[in-house]
Design a protein around this ligand. Structure first.
Ligand SMILES: Cc1ncc(COP(=O)(O)O)c(C=O)c1O
Length: 396
């Protein structure tokens, strides 16, 4: 299907067909081009490719047909002009931020970030003379007040990891643009199906494709999506020259993962909503956070900018850390793991794993209490998941 034809199809159809490059053999399933490099018919062709005077591939650090298919499919899904895949989600985040920033610049970010993203903003940027300010992303005034004359970019994730806070992307994009800055959104928790940050005014989206896009725990990957200009100005050269590149094999796995994304995410979201209902009234669950519910702290914004809730639920188990540990250890089907978006239901205790690097005060500020767990729903039968949770809660 030519890229220009994709936009008339619904997301589920684009996930299966968009970006396909069929070889001369007419294969049904997308081909895996496991090649480092390419040969040129003539020396003149090689010269022209290197001068960008002729289209074609040169070297898989920065271009490969399987990777192109994955990038094109993601771009068609997000309505982005361009996409570049990376080896991991963190490579996507670091490239999207560091590609724009120079010594003397300033970055503003919501403090509710995945631990490694927070490290990039809080520790890595300052090492290169880039100042950073972390704020409460749900408070629009804090974004406005954090702006300095040298502010170049804003960074946020929504819903946030692990407390599933929802940030008003459209409003933050407006504040960023008024300040002459860009907005980069980590869209992992909403998946490419439930929220389109570019439509809401963001300049760049980053994904850990390791999560729902693979969705079966096999390989890591990341994607950066933006306008052609953003990619050319900030991303393309950095990837080409420094090499945070994805392997064609991983791009192929992720490409095939996209074909089933809509079905998986729909099922995981339905199960998450069912679990949220079951936990909402449970006497051993003092706090439940689910963006699809009216009692979510930012329910109105979630309703406005997201097409559906989430494949994850966060909740506090009675008894603090001891209660959360007893609960996790009593689970039989749901496995303890820091990953998410997988076919297998996975549970995490953020205070001792993904967010253990933060001080207790910083965790308290983010609502990451010692009793909080984050549950990523998988593809098991919802009744089996609910039974596992209810039985485990008896051990608390
Ligand atoms: C919100 C968020 N952003 C980025 C990442 C980093 O992705 P990766 O593990 O693929 O580097 C993760 C997960 O680990 C995440 O949860």
């Amino acid at each position: 299907m030519p890229a220009s034809a994709d936009s008339k199809y619904r997301p589920e159809t684009r996930l299966v067909h968009a970006g396909t490059l069929r070889s001369q053999f007419g294969e049904t399933s997308e081909a895996l081009f496991l090649t480092q490099g390419y040969v040129y018919d003539t020396a003149l062709t090689a010269e022209k490719r290197f001068k960008n005077e002729e289209p074609g591939y040169q070297y898989s650090r920065f271009s490969n047909p399987t990777v192109t298919m994955f990038e094109q499919r993601m771009a068609a899904l997000e309505g982005a002009e361009a996409a570049r895949a990376t080896a991991t989600g963190m490579a996507a985040v670091t490239t999207a931020l560091m590609g724009q920033l120079r010594a003397g610049d300033h970055v503003v970010a919501s403090k509710a970030l995945f631990g490694s993203c927070r490290y990039v903003v809080e520790d890595h940027c300052p090492r290169y003379g880039i100042a950073s300010t972390l704020i409460d992303g749900t408070d629009l005034d804090q974004w406005r007040k954090a702006v300095r004359p040298n502010t170049k970019t804003f960074f946020l994730e929504s819903p946030t990891n692990p407390t599933l806070e929802v940030i008003d992307i459209k409003a933050v994009a407006e504040i960023a643009h008024d300040a002459g800055a860009t907005l980069v959104v980590d869209n992992v928790f909403s998946t490419p199906l439930y929220q389109h940050p570019l439509e809401l005014g963001a300049d760049c989206i980053v994904y850990s494709a390791t999560k729902h896009i693979d969705g079966q725990g096999r390989c890591l990957g990341g994607v950066i999506l933006a306008s052609e200009k953003f990619i050319n100005d900030h991303v393309q050269t950095l990837i080409r020259q420094t090499g945070p590149s994805i392997s064609p094999f991983n791009a192929w796995v992720l490409l095939k993962g996209l074909e089933t994304l809509a079905v998986r995410v729909q099922r995981q979201t339905d199960t998450a909503a069912t679990v949220a209902v079951a936990l909402a009234e449970h006497p051993k669950i003092p706090r439940l956070i689910y963006p699809g519910r009216p009692d979510h702290p930012q329910a109105e914004i979630a309703h406005k900018q997201m097409r559906a809730g989430s494949t994850l639920v966060a909740f506090e188990v009675e008894g603090g850390k001891a209660g959360a540990f007893r609960f996790q250890d009593a689970l039989k089907l749901i496995r303890i793991s820091n990953n998410l978006g997988d076919a297998k239901s996975l549970i995490t205790h953020p205070a001792t794993t993904t967010h253990q690097r933060l001080t207790p005060a910083a965790r308290a500020e983010l609502g990451i209490s010692d009793g909080l767990v984050r549950l990523s729903l998988g593809l098991e039968h919802p009744d089996d998941i609910c039974e596992d949770i209810m039985t485990a809660l008896e051990a608390v």
